[in-house]
Design a protein around this ligand. Sequence first.
Ligand code: KIV
Ligand code: NA
Length: 279
Amino acid sequence: RKKVTLNSLRSLYKSGEPITMITAHDFPSGHVGDSAGMEMILVGDSLAMVALGMEDTSEVLVEEMLLHCRSVARAAKSAFITGDLPMGSYEISPEQALETAIRFIKDGRVQSVKLEGGAEMAPTIKKITTAGIPVLGHVGLTPQRQNALGGFRVQGKTALSAVKVLEDALAVQAAGCFAVVLEAVPAEVATLITKKLSIPTIGIGAGNGCSGQVLVQIDMTGNFPPGRFLPKFVKKYGDVWTESLKAIEAYGAETKSRAYPAPEHTYPIPKAELAEFER
Ligand code: KIV
Ligand code: NA
């Protein structure tokens, strides 16, 4: 497969073909996402929780994000890769945001960055995009602002708040975003926003009227222990955690019984050498 670029994403959008995006946080998850043909890979700050076990995304550092971005970039040779600017690394000023975005390109080896926020982030988005770094917007539910939003809540459930999501999407488009993530927005609202925009919308919990979809890989492959909370919009397409558990349990049992390693897993030594050695 050829490398996906802004041009190929643009032609997918123009033709009405949905754009596929998945998160990845390391070499194997990047590799499998790329092999599955995902057009876009997001090194999302959700890795704070799903890969690092942190309480929420506010804890993850730029340096940590960069390590994960680099590992994904080594694996994903076709997908267009976006790195998520973590909380605290872009809000202070457009200059701070551009500095961080440049680190993501130079050290993180990604092709674009994502940042959360609407109209208030327009000058920041403009600063980064005019420096030649593509920016993916993110409006609706913005998890980095969960404390201000009163938790992980659906946005745009009233006419007034739906207008706010639309205005935010229009503002980040005008500021130069090449696409925008719509998170946790009623499907009808996301569909209408998609019609009003001239850049792709990438939905997560926003219905099937968006220009594309994104999901957190660990969630959709079922790579987590039973009992974990999953948002309503996640569809579990696999049960990777149970598969891994079964494999490791089988290895443990065969190690205890000495069924593993079997002769085919061992290295031979010529008989004459062995006889000499045993003397
Ligand atoms: O961090 C993340 O994984 C994200 C996606 C869910 C959009 O921001
Ligand atoms: Na994120």
